[in-house]
Design a binder for this molecule. Sequence first.
Ligand SMILES: *Cc1c(COP(=O)(O)O)cnc(C)c1O
Length: 374
Amino acid sequence: MNKVTFVPVNEPLLNGNEKKYLAECIDSGWISSEGPFVEKFEHGMAARTGRRHGIAVCNGTAALETAVAALELRPGDEVIMPTFTIISCAAAVVRRGCIPVLVDSDPLTWNMNASQIEARITSRTRAIMAVHIYGLPVDIDVVLDIARRHGLFVIEDAAQMHGQTYKGKPCGSFGDISVFSFYPNKHITTGEGGMVLTDDDRLAERCRFLRNLCFKQEKRFVHDELGYNFRMTNLQAAVGLAQLERLDEFIARKRRMGKRYAELFRSVTGLQLPAERTSYADNIYWVYGVVLQDDIAIDTEQVMRRLAERGIGTRAFFWPMHEQPILRSMGLFAGEAHPVAERMARRGLYLPSGVALSDDQIERAAAALRAVLR
Ligand SMILES: *Cc1c(COP(=O)(O)O)cnc(C)c1O
């Protein structure tokens, strides 16, 4: 395998104003969270998603922890969420002493199956955590309707959905509290970074307070509550602002990538490809995932290994929350089965999907997968 020609699973594009804004940080000496880019980036993201407040934090996981903490749920309260997601979602709930309650995935969109939510509501349910997965949004109108009728909060995890819309409205605009991540594999990156968005003045104030160790205005070092140091630095925000300027271009690149992969796999049997669109959104392909169908005899890990031998980077799909050893050891999810998510976890993988991916790399990745499956 030639390292030089390896096609990585993700590579960001940092050739806009990133260097210029970073140089401003260095030249001015503003490198901590005190610098001016933090607020500029917060305002930029809030404007882009049509929200009143953006609160920048140090990563997407921290954004989820801040959001859950800000809602002041009590121990034993239940939060309904998809089983097919990243551990950060369940961890944020469990760390507050609350209980994740799971629903399975929709086999076509890979998002939480909104038709299963209502059956999981109990007298302890306080919130629904809607997580948009891989490029298509959750059917959020259904979620919002259930939440309204049952008096539940909606926590929206839009970490994979910068620039995506649902019926023309931006993802990140739907939750009582919504979060983004800016890890380098997201549509825009700050290296590490995250943000909480809300229209609620009081929730925003609580998020700012929690992010900054719960320091008060008066008697700064006397604490009534335990917070976190989840602050984003001016350096991260400088990169984020430069990235945000190019979001539309990045989404266009991702859509072109999705279209190209779909063309190259058109005649391949045994592969479930991402849905190109639903009635409410066109896919933005955060990642280009494929699910191996039953008529493909080789197992997923072997496919990934053979692709690596051909110089193609891949990544497995998420592993469902109800099959996580750490969560099971806490006594959660005993006896639960979510067959769609279980199958996706075992048969899904994603191909190189970064914004820097060239047409040539897409063709090489697709040719390698076709060869491995043949
Ligand atoms: C990436 C991601 C996160 C976590 O973000 P980090 O910045 O990596 O901590 C949370 N939720 C979803 C859906 C993600 O894709």
